[in-house]
Design a protein around this ligand. Structure first.
Ligand SMILES: Cc1ncc(COP(=O)(O)O)c(C=O)c1O
Length: 391
């Protein structure tokens, strides 16, 4: 490859972080002027704003009748651990993981909850575990889109409708960007800071009628912190799912999430959100396909994420380096593009193989991904020159 000249067009927005993710186009602090601040979130108007976020989420996602949605403390982790702590225990559990977040849920089931009958199915970065080995007479826990690996489940066809166990999905980097087959989902969580580019603070917890039934018929043997308590006297605390949060939420973060939801509605709702993420990922993957030095970390194309796209450097001179030198090479590209104001936060996740991770979720403009591409080639060529000089 000839050394490309330094491009002169920069992405208008260099924010390609995988979380907190870029704000939506047109975002402005002034959009948050109607935030309900300095007042009790339990006041009628405060509760109404919280309920509005729930109602808009339900409508945008098209949740089936009987599914409930609540705002939880502690972002996605808070919502997902609350689900695990409340729902798991009465039957065996299969936990699937293919990157660091999924591995945390494996650790939670085995080491924290110490559920006796747990099977962990873990795959290396880039691959999925063998989904055909999952036993749906058990409860099943998985990450819909592994943000640190850029690998998603290809579809939900491997989950039977008539399963006995429950499915618990951490969908924080999938929801709003990838189709969710709700018939296959009993519990799903996500945070405001991901696909919608909201402020980090709260998690959303969605429960199916079967999950609610589990909550109302089963009492876990371990203690439940107040922040996780979803039932009282054996009944679902229905108010949590109408805006009466367990503890005090950030009304400013709430307003920001409402603003993101309004943006999503204005651009055409869920189909538009999906289409934007798909177009961004296609722009990036088409470049990957025609570029020799880089490849997608996801081995199977059907599992390539359209949000956090993870890339590995496959140039033979780089692959021939030891692991530390490979990581340093990737980091030098990341640092160059950061310094140039072209791309912020595109290093791979700290536990993932060295490489790049470029967020392509719905709040990103395809024109910005397009503008980034020649910069990636330029930075790679610069890093190669430095490598040759050092040799
Ligand atoms: C798949 C997945 N699960 C969990 C988390 C943790 O999310 P939070 O910081 O919102 O709790 C992340 C964050 O990147 C994630 O991508």
């Amino acid at each position: 490859m000839n050394h490309p000249t330094k491009p002169d067009v920069r992405p208008a927005n260099p924010h390609f972080s995988s979380g907190p993710c870029s704000k939506h186009p047109g975002w402005n602090l002034e959009n948050l002027n109607s935030a309900f601040l300095g007042r009790s979130h339990r006041a009628t108007d405060g509760k109404a704003r919280l309920k509005l976020a729930i109602d808009k989420t339900q409508a945008l996602l098209g949740l089936p009748a009987g599914y409930v949605c609540g705002i939880m403390p502690g972002s996605d982790t808070g919502a997902f651990e609350a689900a695990m702590w409340n729902l798991l225990g009465p039957r065996g559990v299969d936990v699937l993981a293919w990157e660091s977040f999924g591995s945390v849920w494996v650790g939670d089931a085995i080491k924290q909850l110490r559920i006796e009958n747990v099977r962990g199915f873990e795959a290396d970065y880039g691959s999925l575990p063998d989904l055909s080995r999952v036993d749906f007479s058990r409860d099943v826990v998985f990450t819909a889109n592994g943000t640190a690996a850029g690998v998603k489940v290809p579809d939900y066809d491997w989950i039977p409708n008539d399963r006995e166990g429950l499915t618990l999905l951490d969908a924080t980097s999938a929801v709003f960007a990838q189709p969710i087959d709700w018939a296959k989902v009993d519990c799903l969580t996500f945070s405001w800071q991901k696909v919608m580019g909201g402020e980090a603070a709260h998690g959303m917890l969605i429960l199916s009628p079967r999950a609610i039934e589990r909550l109302e018929t089963y009492r876990p043997p371990w203690p439940l912190p107040k922040l996780f308590r979803l039932t009282k006297g054996g009944k679902l605390i229905a108010e949590i799912f109408t805006g009466e949060t367990i503890n005090t939420p950030s009304m400013l973060a709430l307003e920001d999430y409402l603003d993101a939801l309004s943006w999503a509605e204005a651009i055409g709702g869920l189909p538009a959100l999906h289409a934007r993420a798909d177009a961004n990922a296609k722009m990036l993957n088409d470049w990957v396909d025609r570029t020799a030095w880089i490849d997608n970390l996801a081995v199977d194309r059907a599992t390539r994420s359209n949000t956090g796209v993870c890339l590995k450097i496959v140039d033979p001179d780089v692959v021939g380096l030891n692991a530390d030198a490979q990581a340093a090479f990737a980091k030098s590209i990341v640092a160059m593009l950061d310094k140039e104001g072209v791309a912020k936060d595109i290093g791979s996740y700290r536990d993932a193989p060295a490489g790049l991770r470029i967020w392509c979720g719905s709040t990103i403009e395809t024109s910005d991904v397009e503008a980034l591409l020649p910069w990636l080639d330029w930075a790679f060529a610069e890093a190669k020159s430095a490598l040759a000089k050092a040799a």
